[in-house]
Ligand binder design. Structure first.
Ligand code: COA
Length: 278
């Protein structure tokens, strides 16, 4: 699995699975020095991409180092400073998006406004209340993720990883049917910056299309809002019509496309960023 480490005060994930460096948090790192170091690391390991989540105030340094903006989330930091999702590519192939990978996204983003705002269908089971997961659920959760994803950018197939993330404050919620997990999702709150990532959505195939993911999202929006979060966002597979539909119907706005960004469901895929002011 790709490793997560702290370099010069910044948190990064990198490795051969996603074949990229992901600057998750700039923290107190000095941008110029850090970028030079990440550049060398990318070349040495033949990574195709550096992907970084940065405050708009750091853009000049990244732009000067040949990064491009891929998505912009207004108010990402404390509801005030925009968050930029920026990238630098080390091969033409990695930079090139295959049209068939974004067809589903284009269809959802381009949806007629009236259609997007139309009230979601009433699903007979959509009333099921999402319940918080505990470390004791980790085995069943990991088993469920293994069934749904052939691969994932983070080791959610491993119960120990899920338990560690829960201890670190990531909140998972489940919709259960007859006491078994039918759908899962997580909210990862960054309290210092008052934003939250809505992530790790999965619904077991027999239960899809019943509104479970939409119910989970609505519930997690409410939880995050109650905890003082200003901006919610997500990084969803561009190829997943269902996932993008859930966010669009949930009132999220499209922020941009991260090209060939994450190894998920068996291949490196482009990811769509969506956000919602809470
Ligand atoms: C994406 C996923 C989580 C959606 O879960 P779900 O519980 O079936 O979603 P919902 O039933 O809440 O769908 C909400 C809306 O999206 C629509 N939708 C869901 N899947 C859809 C699809 N494949 N195509 C078109 N619309 C779809 C539903 O019709 C529903 O709209 P409605 O309320 O008007 O009927 C599920 O399909 C899944 O687990 N996929 C594989 C894993 C995955 O790709 N996860 C996302 C990783 S980024």
């Amino acid at each position: 699995m790709d490793i997560i480490e702290n370099i010069k005060g910044a948190w990064i994930q990198h490795g051969p699975i996603n074949e990229r460096i992901y600057l998750m948090r700039l923290g107190a790192a000095e941008p110029k020095g850090l970028i030079a170091l990440l550049d060398r690391m990318a070349v040495k390991n033949s990574y195709g991409k550096i992907f970084a989540k940065i405050p708009a105030s750091a853009w000049e340094d990244f732009q000067a180092a040949a990064f491009i903006k891929e998505a912009v989330v207004p108010g990402f930091f404390n509801g005030e400073t925009d968050g930029l999702f920026v990238a630098k590519y080390f091969s033409a192939e990695r930079r090139t998006v295959l049209p068939r990978h974004v067809e589903a996204l284009t269809a959802v983003v381009g949806q007629d406004a009236a259609e997007a705002e139309e009230a979601p269908k009433e699903h007979s089971q959509a009333g099921r209340k999402p319940m918080p997961c505990t470390p004791r659920d980790a085995r069943e959760m990991a088993r469920m993720y293994r069934r749904v994803f052939a691969s994932y950018p983070f080791p959610i197939h491993d119960p120990a990883y899920l338990q560690r993330m829960m201890h670190e404050g990531v909140r998972w919620y489940a919709v259960r049917v007859e006491d078994h997990i039918a759908a899962l999702a997580a909210v990862e709150i960054d309290s210092a910056n008052r934003n939250a990532e809505m992530t790790d959505f999965a619904t077991l195939p027999p239960y899809r299309g019943r509104g479970f993911a939409a119910t989970l999202l609505r519930h997690m929006d409410g939880e995050a809002r109650a905890l003082g979060v200003k901006t919610a966002y997500t990084i969803a597979r561009a190829a997943s019509r269902g996932m993008n539909t859930v966010f669009k119907r949930g009132g999220y706005r499209y922020a941009g496309l991260l090209r060939n960004n994450s190894h998920i469901s068996g291949a490196i895929q482009s990811m769509a960023v969506w956000y919602k002011p809470l």
